[in-house]
Design a protein around this ligand. Sequence first.
Ligand code: HEC
Ligand code: HEC
Ligand code: HEC
Ligand code: HEC
Ligand code: HEC
Length: 295
Amino acid sequence: MSSFPRQIWLSVLLIIMLLPHSAFSKKADTIDELVAMYNITPCAECHEDKHDEWKSSTMGNSVIDSRVLRGFRTFIKMELDKEKTLSRKNLTICLNCHVPHIKDASEQLIVTIADMVITSMEDSNVDKREAAKKELSKLNINCLGCHNLKATGFNSQPEPGVIYVPNDINTDAHKEAGYKTIKSEFMKTSDFCAQCHHCPPDVPWDKCPTLYTTYIEDFIGKGRKETCQECHMPGEEKSHKFLGPDNSDFLESAVTLTLNARATRYIDIYEDKMIPTLALKINLTNNAGHTIPHG
Ligand code: HEC
Ligand code: HEC
Ligand code: HEC
Ligand code: HEC
Ligand code: HEC
């Protein structure tokens, strides 16, 4: 008699435990809730090196970067606050790339974030500015932004709870930690980066001049083969520092890049266009060390 209701209770409990993944999946109302929904603490524990590199990178700080904060502030005050059809909740326009998991934030949270951006830049009280900035620093492009949300490309839906990886690997560790692992070759392509570093595919090519446009036209179009990853995530270990011009060594390598680009054009114009890529590369590498461009 008495054990029957208890069984029902147990099944109700079980159902409640299972629900949060489906029916209960609700939008985050606070930054901490959003962070918890895309928790990367386990990734950091097992991939400490990747985590440390990423944390120091621009994409690990894609909101509190001082240029970005300034840009967001200007956009909020000059556009969102002034334009009648827009309001602060429309900061999602920017956050979609700067914090991809923002898609699971409530409208109220977007407004709170917009208010925090203004506080972090303009409040007369230093402590309040710092506190707002500290909260905002929890928002960034994190492991799951790339290894889940952006890992399958524009027109396909990633599965929740999956870690997408670029190579065939032993998935035991992930399985034990509660994750499914799926291989995504797409992560090795420049199109993976273009999801955020270029316009969406339905925007006409000539309406969207970006770094990616010049990459395709002036670089790939001239016979070069390197992907974004090969230059920006160098080495066997695929560095997650995502080096840019802020790094002096990397910027120095830009000299090589410029030289290479010029040399490529030189070869295009004056020599046989059919020179195999491999020979081209060796040629350029030899030049790189000493011949600084004359003009
Ligand atoms: C319990 C430890 C553990 C946790 C937690 C974990 N990983 Fe891993 N992960 C590993 C191990 C071990 C490998 C290497 C397997 C191999 O090389 O065969 C791996 C491999 C990977 C790879 C592929 C490496 C390659 O060579 O292609 C990626 C990407 C990855 N993990 C991302 C993540 C992300 C993102 C998270 C968090 C959502 C995460 N991992 C959580 C242990 C873990
Ligand atoms: C399609 C994705 C995408 C969207 C949408 C987007 N950004 Fe960005 N943003 C980027 C990328 C990628 C970079 C890094 C580009 C670089 O350094 O060349 C960046 C860099 C920036 C920077 C710093 C570099 C600079 O050019 O000063 C600011 C400021 C910025 N974004 C503000 C905004 C604002 C404001 C919005 C909304 C109106 C916005 N972004 C929307 C992808 C995006
Ligand atoms: C901006 C996107 C981005 C972010 C953020 C990111 N990754 Fe990656 N990660 C990649 C890409 C792209 C590759 C594959 C590069 C390749 O093989 O060309 C990769 C590869 C890896 C690998 C395999 C490296 C190897 O040995 O081949 C591991 C492990 C990994 N990521 C873990 C992480 C962890 C942990 C985090 C968070 C701390 C993280 N990643 C954040 C894009 C990202
Ligand atoms: C989810 C969107 C997203 C993806 C995917 C992404 N990026 Fe970014 N990336 C950004 C944003 C936004 C910024 C600007 C952050 C800032 O300025 O604080 C940025 C900044 C950078 C920077 C630093 C630029 C600077 O001026 O310092 C480099 C380099 C970079 N990304 C390379 C890559 C590469 C390479 C890939 C592919 C492996 C990639 N990104 C994938 C959104 C993305
Ligand atoms: C041949 C190597 C190479 C390739 C391929 C390459 N980059 Fe770069 N990239 C560099 C170097 C070197 C710099 C730093 C010098 C500079 O900013 O002029 C740089 C700078 C950047 C910056 C900072 C831009 C700025 O305006 O200061 C971003 C963002 C970036 N790259 C993203 C990408 C993306 C996305 C791809 C693929 C579509 C890509 N890169 C392909 C070498 C490369």
